[in-house]
Ligand binder design. Structure first.
Ligand code: EPU
Length: 435
């Protein structure tokens, strides 16, 4: 799992079969951090084995909690004796979700000192709305020498109106407010499935949170949270990535262990393009039986809109549809960096301004060495490679490894010709063909 490996994919195979989706990475990272608020043991099931999770486990252990994988996808966390409130840059630099440490440590210890977080690089990633929430609860926040220092004598509930719909700020304010005095109201809250999952986790440990999944979340602070067992929801973005990969390769894939409701915006777009989408209770079958897919315009939006985390994968699919499509990115400032890589594979995509990409469809993609420029851009490169003629080598796998569990194994089981190699293979080892 590092940047000294590359993925080698021989394209042109239609994906066929069944794939089981793992637990949601973006939910699991928040829930692991949320367990800092709990005095007692939390058993968290359906946690994906990805590097963001492993890094967070290290961070929690470094703060004096006890966290470990105790089974293939079960993590036990016990933060009963956690006392350290300082998370240095060295420990948090790799993961954006470390910002949740601010809310959790503040809620639990009334102080937190957390380095400004890292994560994928796609534009400015401000935390003003998180800070606004902490201050509304009575905390004092200073940023100095790259650290966000937060202290409070006491935390008292208040109403926070978010100026932008932010998943991170919504979850962070819930974490800070769960043990505060009185009632906190988050207005204009994010409604993503993982916001609801974090609220459900906290409630199952004794919190009193109502309205998660709507614009207004009400948190009535409680004195203490107790341990328990909780299972993370399936990964909406991993599921979407496989649905798009199946469509792009003109395959026939049953994507299982998912919540079809979470996939509605994608399912609707795929159907609009002519992809066959069959919904079951906990699965969706994707198949293509039409000679060509139709163009579509897509706008990313907070949930229930089309997810920004599926934008690069969807845009890759649009490169092989018939006609001109427009992709409008409404969530992040600069999430089109990967397009240069896609164009090197033969796509014809022009970025206009910061947020619009015009996709001339009907391209014949061809294999090339390309880089994953972030986690979801990496997934897009994998999809492009699966449909390209010839061999594609994908570099910078550390991004993909942050969020996709067993990606190669799952794709291989669907028939993909995919493998992982050292960047500098031993002399005599073929690096490209023979995948
Ligand atoms: N924003 C602000 N101020 C803030 C916070 C956010 O202006 O204080 C802006 C951001 O600049 C952005 C928008 O609000 O334009 C949305 O940001 P949000 O806070 O919702 O993003 P996040 O919580 O940092 C999570 C996911 C991202 C996903 C976004 C949007 C996690 C760990 N990360 O990030 O996932 O893109 O929500 O849905 O949950 C990924 O999985 O690849 C990924 C990047």
């Amino acid at each position: 799992m590092n940047n000294e490996e590359k993925m080698v994919i021989l394209g042109g195979v239609k994906l066929h079969g069944e794939v089981k989706i793992s637990g949601a990475k973006n939910s699991a990272v928040a829930i692991l951090v949320a367990s800092i608020l709990v005095k007692g043991k939390c058993v968290i099931e359906n946690v994906p084995h990805v590097s963001d999770i492993l890094d967070l486990i290290d961070i929690i252990n470094g703060l004096g909690g006890v966290a470990e994988f105790v089974g293939e996808d079960t993590v036990e966390v016990d933060c009963s004796d956690l006392t350290d409130y300082v998370a240095s840059y060295d420990s948090v630099r790799k993961i954006r979700a470390s910002s949740y440490l601010m809310g959790a440590l503040l809620g639990r210890l009334k102080k937190a000192s957390v380095a400004l977080p890292g994560g994928c690089d796609f534009g400015v990633r401000p935390i003003d709305q998180h800070i606004k929430g902490f201050e509304a609860l009575g905390a004092k926040v200073d940023i100095e020498y790259g650290m966000v220092n937060i202290t409070a004598d006491e935390l008292v509930g208040d109403t926070v109106y978010l100026d932008v719909v932010s998943v991170g700020a919504t979850i962070n304010i819930m974490l800070a407010a769960a043990l505060a005095d009185g009632i906190t109201v988050i207005d204009s809250a994010a409604k993503e499935p993982h916001v609801v999952d974090v609220a459900n986790f906290l409630n199952s440990m004794g919190a009193n949170i109502k309205g998660a999944g709507t614009d207004v979340i009400k948190i009535r602070g409680v004195k203490e949270l107790h341990g328990g067992t909780f299972s993370v929801i399936p990964d909406q973005i991993e599921a979407g990535t496989f649905m798009i990969a199946a469509s792009a390769t003109r395959g026939d894939v049953m994507v299982t262990n998912i919540i079809p409701k979470h996939m509605e915006s994608l399912s609707a777009k795929l159907e609009e393009m002519g992809v066959g989408v069959e919904e079951y209770d906990e699965a969706i079958r994707i198949y293509v039986d039409k000679p060509e897919l139709k163009r579509a315009n897509v706008k990313t939006q907070p949930y229930p809109g089309f997810p920004t985390d599926l934008q690069p994968q969807m845009l890759t699919l649009l490169t092989v549809a018939k006609g001109t499509s427009i992709m409008k990115e409404n969530v992040w400032d600069n999430r089109f960096k990967y397009i240069d890589e896609l164009n090197r594979m033969g796509a014809n995509v022009n970025v206009e301004g910061k947020d619009v990409a015009v996709v001339e469809g009907g391209s014949r993609l061809t294999g090339a060495p390309v880089c994953a420029t972030d986690l979801r851009a990496g997934a897009a490169m994998v999809i492009a490679a699966l449909i390209a003629d010839g061999v594609t080598e994908i570099y910078n796998l550390q991004y993909i490894d942050r969020g996709y569990e067993n990606l190669e194994e799952k794709l291989r089981a669907l028939g993909a010709q995919i493998t992982r190699r050292n960047v500098n293979p031993m002399p005599g080892v073929l690096s490209a063909v023979n995948v």
